[in-house]
Every structure is written in structure tokens, then in C-alpha cells.
Design a protein around this ligand. Structure first.
Ligand code: E4P
Length: 217
């Protein structure tokens, strides 16, 4: 499963990129707002850090303006992936852009039928929001299972990008279901490293090493 990080914080992206874990980045208008930086400038910097797809979202609601915005965004770098909402205009834009060889991430997916539409429109990625689905009393991971089944039934090439990931269990379940990609905030990715027995093991080894009185360097 590919790991994308869901942030516009370039310091966090650099830190994670050094681990070799990072396969791509997703941003959205709220994350750009949080960064306090200019959209085009921050996307350009992220594209210089990560080789994989960097999702940059259009903010227009009509197809013609979405196309104009996509034109500006895809010129930033070859690895820019245009993010469009799951609406009729969004899918028209998806179809047009993917026909021109541009990667498209269809976002704000909350049903398996919506995911079916995105695949038929040629989406590179479909982004079901599992955390927001859970928040509203639905089962986010069941949505991922349903999309996996449907995409496999028809051999769709669209990759399932699990989004709105809130905790490590979402990531574990995504991997078990066979999602292609997950995107999570930096803190959630970093929490995957944690285990109480790892910390305990390090403390024990350090104590015994000190008792040897030796040093490696
Ligand atoms: C994905 O591309 C979105 O940016 C993101 O996962 C939304 O997550 P949230 O529900 O935590 O805002």
C-alpha cells in the first residue's frame, strides 16, 4: 500500500520523505489555509520534495473554470495530480483531464456508487473519506471494502486512496482490505512507529549497554 501524507506543511513532508516512506502528498483548500502560504508556491515546493503524485485541488464549481484552474496547477510540475470534487462538473473535468494524460484525484467520495462513477470517468485515484464517514454514523471501512469489490469485479484501474484517516487502525484495515493508497496527517503516520515494547526494549538495552562501560565510537 502506498503512503501519501495529507498536509501542506513542507517541514513535515521533508521529515517524512527522509524515511523513504512517502509515495505522494495530498493537499486541500483547508490545509493550504492552515499553512498560511500561497497555494501555487507551496505546491511547487512540495513537488520538489516528493517525486510521486502531489494532489492540488481546484476550487471552482463549474467545469469550464475547473479546467482553467487545472491548467494553472498542472503547469507547476509533472507530478501535480489535479483534485476535483465528486460532482457532475468535477467528473466532466476528470474525464477531460485524464484523456489528456493528467492524473486526477476525485475527492469527497462517500458512497460506493460515487466511486463507480469516478472510475468510469477515468479517475487515477478515488478518495473515500473514512473518518468523516465514521463521524456521521456510517462505516468508513465498509465503504472501502465495497469499492474494492466493485473495482475488482470490473478490473477498474482507478486506485483506491483512503482519505480522512484518523488513526492507525484505519491504516491497518486499509492494508488488509487491499486499498492501493492511504493518505494521513503526519502525526498519524508517525504514530505507526510507536509500540510500548519497542520503548521498553530500547530502555533495557541502553541500561545494559551503559553497564558494559564501552562505546562504539
Ligand atoms: C484527502 O485528500 C483530504 O485532504 C483529507 O484526507 C481530508 O481529511 P479530514 O477529514 O481529516 O479533513
Amino acid at each position: 500500500m502506498k503512503f501519501f501524507v495529507d498536509t501542506a506543511d513542507t517541514a513535515e513532508i521533508r521529515d517524512l520523505a527522509e524515511t523513504g516512506l512517502l509515495d505522494g502528498v495530498t493537499t486541500n483548500p483547508s490545509l493550504i489555509h492552515k499553512s498560511g502560504r500561497k497555494f501555487v508556491e507551496v505546491v511547487e515546493e512540495i513537488c520538489g520534495i516528493v517525486d510521486g503524485p502531489v494532489s492540488a485541488e481546484v476550487v471552482a464549481l463549474d467545469h469550464a473554470t475547473m479546467m482553467k484552474e487545472a491548467e494553472v496547477l498542472r503547469k507547476i510540475a509533472d507530478n501535480v495530480c489535479i483534485k476535483v470534487p465528486l460532482t457532475i462538473d468535477g467528473l466532466k473535468t476528470c474525464k477531460a483531464l485524464s484523456g489528456e494524460g493528467t492524473q486526477v484525484n476525485v475527492t469527497l467520495c462517500f458512497s460506493a456508487n460515487q466511486a463507480l462513477l469516478a472510475a468510469k470517468a477515468g479517475a487515477t485515484f478515488i478518495s473515500p473519506f473514512v473518518g468523516r464517514h465514521d463521524d456521521n454514523g456510517f462505516d468508513g471501512m465498509q465503504l472501502i471494502e465495497d469499492i474494492r469489490l466493485i473495482y475488482d469485479n470490473y478490473d477498474f484501474g482507478t486506485e483506491i486512496l483512503v482519505a480522512s484517516v484518523r488513526h492507525p487502525i484505519h491504516i491497518l484495515q486499509s492494508a488488509k482490505i487491499g486499498a492501493d493508497v492511504m493518505t494521513a496527517p503526519p502525526a498519524v503516520i508517525k504514530s505507526l512507529f510507536n509500540h510500548v515494547l519497542t520503548d521498553k526494549g530500547i530502555a533495557g538495552f541502553m541500561k545494559d549497554w551503559e553497564a558494559t562501560g564501552q562505546s562504539i565510537l
